[in-house]
Write a protein that binds this ligand. Structure first.
Ligand SMILES: Cc1cc2nc3c(=O)[nH]c(=O)nc-3n(C[C@H](O)[C@H](O)[C@H](O)COP(=O)(O)O)c2cc1C
Length: 175
C-alpha cells in the first residue's frame, strides 16, 4: 500500500462517540464543506443542501430534541447523544435519482477531509431517521422545503474513543 497523505487521512478517520467540545475554526470548517461539495453526484446534479449547525443555541435546541428520542432497541444508551460536538452537519437533497448516494458520498468526503485536519466525525442515524423526519418541527425550521435528510453527523476534536474498530478483514476478492 502506498501510504501518501490521502491514505493517511482515510486510515486515520474514526467514528467518535464523544468529542472534547473545542470549536472548529472557520477555515477548517470551510475546508470540510468544500470537500463535501466536490464529491461526485449522479449526472452532476449536485442535489444537496448542507445544514451546518454550530450556534450553541441551535445545538442546544437540536440536543433537547435528540435527547427526547427513544434509544433504539439493541443500542446502548451511552452518554449525551449530542456527543459534546461543536458542529453537526446535516445533508439533505432534492428528489433526484441518486439523492441518497450523492448525500452519503458528500458526507464521506467531509469525514476524510476532517480527519486530515485532526477533526473526527460520527454518523448519527437517529438524526437522519427520526429527528429530521418528514413533518418534524426541526426539519421545517432547518431544512429547505422539498429536501429529504439523508445523512447527519457530528464533527469535533476527538474525545475518548473507547473501541478502535480499525481492523478490516475478509471482504475482498481479486478475480
Ligand atoms: C450508515 C451508518 C450509520 C451509522 N450510525 C451510527 C450511529 O447512529 N451511531 C454511532 O455511534 N455510529 C454510527 N455509525 C458509525 C459506525 O458504527 C462506524 O462507522 C463503524 O463501527 C466502524 O467504525 P469506524 O467508523 O471508526 O471505522 C454509522 C455508520 C454508518 C455508515
Amino acid at each position: 500500500m502506498i501510504n501518501n497523505e490521502t491514505m493517511k487521512s482515510i486510515l486515520a478517520r474514526r467514528s467518535y462517540k464523544m468529542f472534547d467540545g473545542r470549536p472548529i475554526d472557520d477555515e477548517s470548517l470551510d475546508t470540510i464543506i468544500t470537500a463535501g461539495l466536490y464529491a461526485p453526484t449522479g449526472m452532476n446534479s449536485q442535489p444537496w443542501h448542507f445544514t451546518v449547525i454550530r450556534s450553541p443555541e441551535m445545538l442546544e435546541k437540536v440536543g433537547a430534541a435528540r435527547r427526547a428520542l427513544p434509544t433504539p432497541p439493541g443500542v446502548p444508551a451511552a452518554g449525551d447523544p449530542m456527543r459534546n460536538a461543536p458542529v453537526m452537519i446535516v445533508v439533505s437533497a432534492r428528489d433526484t435519482l441518486t439523492a441518497y448516494e450523492d448525500s452519503c458520498l458528500a458526507m464521506e468526503n467531509m469525514f476524510i477531509a476532517a480527519a486530515s485536519l485532526g477533526i473526527m466525525s460520527g454518523w448519527d442515524h437517529a438524526t437522519v431517521r427520526a429527528l429530521f423526519k418528514e413533518g418534524s418541527d426541526l426539519k421545517k425550521e432547518l431544512i429547505p422545503e422539498g429536501y429529504t435528510v439523508y445523512a447527519a453527523a457530528f464533527f469535533g476534536y476527538p474525545g475518548p474513543n473507547v473501541k478502535d474498530r480499525g481492523e478490516r478483514k475478509g471482504t475482498v476478492e481479486y478475480i
